[in-house]
Design a protein around this ligand. Structure first.
Ligand SMILES: Cc1ncc(COP(=O)(O)O)c(C=O)c1O
Length: 359
C-alpha cells in the first residue's frame, strides 16, 4: 500500500477553523450560553408541532425546491419566487454565493472584524480575502472598501448589523457605496440580525436590492426566529444570482423539519417579533448597565454587544465562565456577548461590574 495520502487542494492549507461559541457548562452552577447569538426562547408550541409532524416522515427526502417555504417567503417579502433561494442556514447560502462568483485569483472583500465564516468560505473557493479594517467606531469603512475594489473583486459582504460589533450601515452611506461598486461585482447584504434593528435610518436590504441587479440579501431563521438548530436561511437576489444559488446548492440540504418550522415561524411572526422586542429591551438594559460601569460599548442594533478588551479578553472570558455565563472571546481583540434571558443578563452585568472594579 502506498504511503502517499490523497492529494488535497493546497487552498485548504492554513484555513481558519470556525470556532463555535462555547456551550454552557453541563455541570457547573447555573450556566448560561451567551456565546453564539442564539435566541434564548424555546420554540413556540405551534412551530415545534410543525417540526414534530414533519419528523414522522423523515424516511423521505424533503421537498428539494422548498415549495411551501418559497411561496410563503415570496408572499411575506413581496418578491417573486424566482428571486429566492434557500440553503442550510444563511452561512450555507453565503458559501454558495462565493462559490458561484469567486475562484482562484478572485477577491472577496469584507470589513474586518466581521462574521468569521467569511474568510473560511473565501479560502475554500480559492479566492483571496480582502479585509478592510473597521473604523475607530467599530463600523464598516465603506469609503475604504470602495477604494479597495480592483478588477479582481467578485463579491463584497456588507454585514448589517455587523457581527461581532453590532454597528450598522445607514441608508445614505450604503447608497453612496453601492453607486461606486461596478455593476458586475456582487454585493451581499448580510442581514442575519435585521429583526433586532431599531434604527430607522438603516435600510431594509430587500428594498435596496429591487432596483440593483448586483445586490443580494441574506436572511436567516436562526436568530430572531429561533431556529438555529434546524439550519435554514435564504437569499433574495435577482434571477441570475438566485439561479446560480440553485445550481450550487447541496441537493436536499434543507430538511422538511426546517422547511415546515420556517413556514410556521413566518405564520407566527407577530408572536416571535414580540419576543424580539423583549430582547431589544434587554439589550438596552445591558448596554446602559455596561456604560454605567464605565465600559466603552459601540451602539448595537443586533442581539449582542461588543467589548474591545484587547489583552484582557481571555481574562474576562475566563471570569465569565467561572461565574456561569459563557461569552465569545476573540483573543487579543474583544468579547462578544449575546443578549440572553433576563437572569443571564443580570449575571453578566454583575460579572462585568466586578471585573471592571478590579482593573
Ligand atoms: C452575520 C452572520 N451571517 C450569517 C450567519 C449564519 O447564520 P445561519 O447559518 O445560522 O443562518 C451568522 C451566524 O452567526 C452571522 O452572524
Amino acid at each position: 500500500m502506498s504511503e502517499t495520502s490523497p492529494r488535497l487542494r493546497a487552498e485548504l492549507d492554513g484555513i481558519p477553523t470556525y470556532k463555535p461559541g462555547r456551550p454552557a457548562a453541563a455541570d457547573g452552577p447555573v450556566a448560561y450560553k451567551l456565546s453564539s447569538n442564539e435566541n434564548p426562547y424555546p420554540p413556540l408550541p405551534g412551530v415545534l408541532e410543525s417540526a414534530v409532524a414533519a419528523a414522522h416522515a423523515f424516511n423521505r427526502y424533503p421537498d428539494m425546491a422548498c415549495t411551501g417555504l418559497m411561496n410563503e417567503l415570496a408572499d411575506r417579502f413581496g418578491v417573486p419566487v424566482e428571486h429566492l433561494a434557500t440553503g442550510t442556514g444563511s452561512v450555507g447560502v453565503a458559501q454558495q454565493l462565493v462559490q458561484a462568483t469567486s475562484g482562484p485569483g478572485d477577491e472577496v472583500m469584507y470589513a474586518w472584524r466581521s462574521f468569521e465564516a467569511y474568510p473560511i468560505i473565501a479560502q475554500i473557493s480559492g479566492a483571496r480575502s480582502v479585509q478592510v479594517p473597521l473604523t475607530a467606531g467599530e463600523a464598516h469603512d465603506l469609503d475604504a472598501m470602495a477604494g479597495a475594489i480592483t478588477d479582481r473583486t467578485r463579491l463584497i459582504f456588507v454585514c448589517n448589523p455587523n457581527n461581532p460589533t453590532g454597528t450598522v450601515v445607514r441608508r445614505a452611506e450604503l447608497e453612496r457605496f453601492l453607486d461606486r461598486v461596478p455593476s458586475d461585482v456582487l454585493v451581499v447584504l448580510d442581514e442575519a440580525y435585521r429583526e433586532f434593528n431599531r434604527d430607522l435610518d438603516v435600510p431594509d436590504g430587500i428594498e435596496i436590492y429591487r432596483d440593483r441587479p448586483n445586490v443580494a440579501v441574506l436572511r436567516t431563521f436562526s436568530k430572531a426566529y429561533g431556529l438555529a438548530g434546524l439550519r435554514v436561511g435564504f437569499a433574495v437576489a435577482h434571477p441570475p444570482v438566485a439561479a446560480a444559488l440553485r445550481k450550487t446548492a447541496v441537493p436536499f440540504g434543507v430538511s422538511q423539519l426546517a422547511q415546515d418550522a420556517a413556514v410556521a415561524s413566518l405564520r407566527a411572526e407577530d408572536e416571535l417579533l414580540g419576543r424580539v422586542g423583549s430582547l431589544v429591551c434587554e439589550r438596552a438594559r445591558v448596554y446602559e448597565g455596561l456604560v454605567a460601569q464605565g465600559w466603552t460599548v459601540p451602539e448595537t442594533q443586533a442581539n449582542f454587544v461588543w467589548l474591545r478588551l484587547g489583552e484582557r479578553t481571555a481574562d474576562f472570558a475566563a471570569v465569565c465562565d467561572a461565574a456561569g455565563v459563557t461569552v465569545r472571546p476573540f483573543p487579543g481583540e474583544g468579547v462578544r456577548i449575546t443578549i440572553g434571558e433576563e437572569e443571564a443578563n443580570d449575571l453578566l452585568l454583575r460579572t462585568a461590574g466586578a471585573f471592571r472594579k478590579e482593573l
